[in-house]
Design a protein around this ligand. Structure first.
Ligand code: AR6
Length: 174
């Protein structure tokens, strides 16, 4: 199976990929946005696993990622990663966002995942500029897939029209 990149507009909690990615926060205790939607749809099992991870390693740092089961979701796994809060752009935000995508992809490969769906990490409550975030997401995923032979298909799931349009044009031009 060749590595592929797909784009859809919709709700990531409805995806039946092997794994969906959650734009979490360092506490791993849930929140609003896509994090809230995933925990609502996935049920308490996911949060319980997050609490166990938090008790073991003290949460998840910005740019890092952890994995749990998918609870009541169609997906087998949820990979929780923490994107950076946008703070003007000179606090390493671009590198930290790339790390979040890269570390989620690494965990996917380590767990034998073949299909993974990403939301537009950091572009909601964390206010990362959408155009720069889309560029970083696409570049990081493409580079990672080029560097790995394991079969892995990546779907970007955009919830809002602006992100969808940005991804559509960036994926077309590259
Ligand atoms: N499916 C796909 N994408 C979604 C969904 C959904 N159901 N709901 C929202 N989005 P955000 P962040 C999009 O705010 O900026 C939480 O409180 C949304 O349109 O969810 O990384 C966490 O606990 C946006 O494009 O995440 C953290 O505290 C994208 O998901 C904080 O928010 C990310 O928006 C993380 O902020």
């Amino acid at each position: 199976m060749p590595n592929k990149i797909y784009l859809i507009k919709g709700d990531i909690t409805k995806q039946n990929a092997d794994a969906i990615v959650n734009a979490a926060n360092s506490s791993l205790l849930g929140g609003g946005g896509v994090d809230g939607a995933i925990h609502r749809a996935g049920g308490p099992e996911i949060l319980n696993e997050c609490i166990r991870i938090r008790n073991r390693q003290g949460g998840c740092k910005t740019g890092e990622a952890v994995i749990t089961g998918g609870g009541n979701l169609k997906t087998k796994y949820v990979i929780h990663t923490v994107g950076p809060v946008w703070n003007g752009g000179d606090k390493n935000e671009p590198q930290l966002l790339a790390n979040a995508y890269r570390n989620a992809l690494k965990l996917a490969i380590e767990n034998g995942i073949h299909t993974i769906s990403f939301p537009n990490i950091s572009t909601g409550i964390y206010h990362f500029p959408k155009d720069l975030a889309a560029q970083i997401a696409i570049d990081t995923v493409k580079t990672f897939l080029n560097q790995h032979e394991e079969p892995l298909s990546v779907t970007f799931v955009c919830f809002d029209d602006e992100n969808y349009a940005l991804y559509e044009s960036l994926l077309k031009e590259k």
